[in-house]
Write a protein that binds this ligand. Structure first.
Ligand code: NAG
Ligand code: ZN
Length: 345
């Protein structure tokens, strides 16, 4: 009898757990997309969606806007803080902080972390914070083929949509690794690139509590002392140490008289989730038939895609070799894998 009771309880418990996880459907979620740096190289299993976007939204891709990296609205004292690579189990501590201060901020979220922690993203969104796309698997976009870049953005957007029911218009390229080709493809997906003007370097020192608690506040102090105006800062919610020092940094900005604004507000954007192309894409049925073969001979306003992408590719090579400080951490990878592993275990 007791055994039977237990099995009934077990069935009920399983039903309860099922009900909770069934809120979000991630059956479509891909494995991490990673690929050789060959333009046009088609990794088996990577969806061939570039053709659809270049056919249906080619005007957007032809002259993509530059990266956004500063606030443009709300006055000199506005500061656009942002936290990347979540959602993680450490994100709620930031949510508590911002709730206590009655302030909002911006979270650039990684698709596979959304899959692992959908409830945390939901709580973040419900609390009124802004959500932006930080790709599906946090890879170096300039090293991917066109199809892979599109897939990283589409899957990242789909993960966000699965939880908040909205498609953002902005994305943050992981490691700040972005060039004209990436911007062009992103624009066809209805996405504009947002980087930052102040790198806290929390991603460099997150593993050393002494170092991070010295260097990050020191960086903010030097920016405040220099009279920084309308900056967008880069911080992370992937580790307890980055969250702690992030809170310290926000207190420093508030004490110095800055007004903390989420990204969209600090650029005067009133339709943060008004992506008009992604709803059409998902209505097209192509997302479900993701293994459609790659189509070549695509053109953009009379210029073959291959010519455009090889031009952008050489620009990428130049930019990558001169870049020194706009690289953020690879740690979220490990965090994500661990989270997924724990979820499956
Ligand atoms: C941590 O950072 C401090 C201060 O920069 C340094 O003195 C210390 O050696 C670092 N510890 C480790 C384990 O790297
Ligand atoms: Zn990142």
């Amino acid at each position: 009898m007791q055994q039977r009771l237990c099995s009934i309880i077990a069935i009920l418990a399983a039903a309860c757990i099922h009900t909770v996880t069934a809120q979000y459907n991630f059956k479509w979620a891909p494995a991490t997309i990673n690929a050789p740096a060959v333009v046009g190289f088609h990794v088996p299993g990577v969806p061939a969606w570039t053709q659809w976007f270049s056919t249906n939204n080619k005007d957007a891709g032809e002259s993509p806007a530059e990266n956004i990296q500063k606030c443009t609205s709300g006055g000199d004292n506005v500061w656009g803080a942002s936290f990347d690579d979540g959602p993680t189990p450490y994100t709620p501590r930031l949510l508590e902080y911002f709730a206590a201060k009655k302030l909002k901020t911006t979270f650039w979220v990684v698709g596979y972390n959304v899959q692992a922690n959908p409830d945390i993203l939901r709580a973040t969104y419900d609390a009124g914070h802004e959500i932006g796309i930080h790709t599906w698997s946090h890879t170096h976009l300039t090293q991917l083929s066109d199809d892979e870049i599109i897939a990283e953005l589409v899957y990242g957007a789909r993960a966000v949509f699965e939880v908040i029911g909205k498609y953002p218009k902005y994305f943050r390229p992981p490691y700040g690794d972005v060039d004209g080709r990436v911007r062009s493809l992103a624009a066809m997906v209805g996405l504009r690139s947002v980087i930052w003007s102040r790198d806290s370097q929390d991603w460099v020192y997150y593993a050393n509590t002494t170092a991070i608690n010295f260097i990050v506040p020191n960086n903010f102090k030097s920016w405040i002392d220099a009279g920084s105006k309308m900056d967008i800062s880069l911080e992370h919610d992937f580790d307890p140490s980055t969250v702690s020092v992030g809170i310290k940094a926000m207190d420093m900005l508030l004490d110095a008289g800055y007004t903390l604004k989420p990204f969209g507000e600090c650029i005067g954007e009133t339709a943060l989730y008004g992506n008009s192309i992604l709803p059409k894409f998902f209505a097209s049925g192509l997302f479900e038939s993701k293994l459609a073969p790659v189509q070549t001979a695509t053109e953009l306003h009379g210029i073959p895609i291959a010519v455009i992408t090889s031009t952008y590719r050489s620009e990428a090579a130049v930019k990558t070799s001169t870049k020194t400080s706009s690289v953020d951490a690879a740690v979220p990878f490990l965090t994500g894998f661990l989270a997924v592993f724990l979820l499956l275990a």
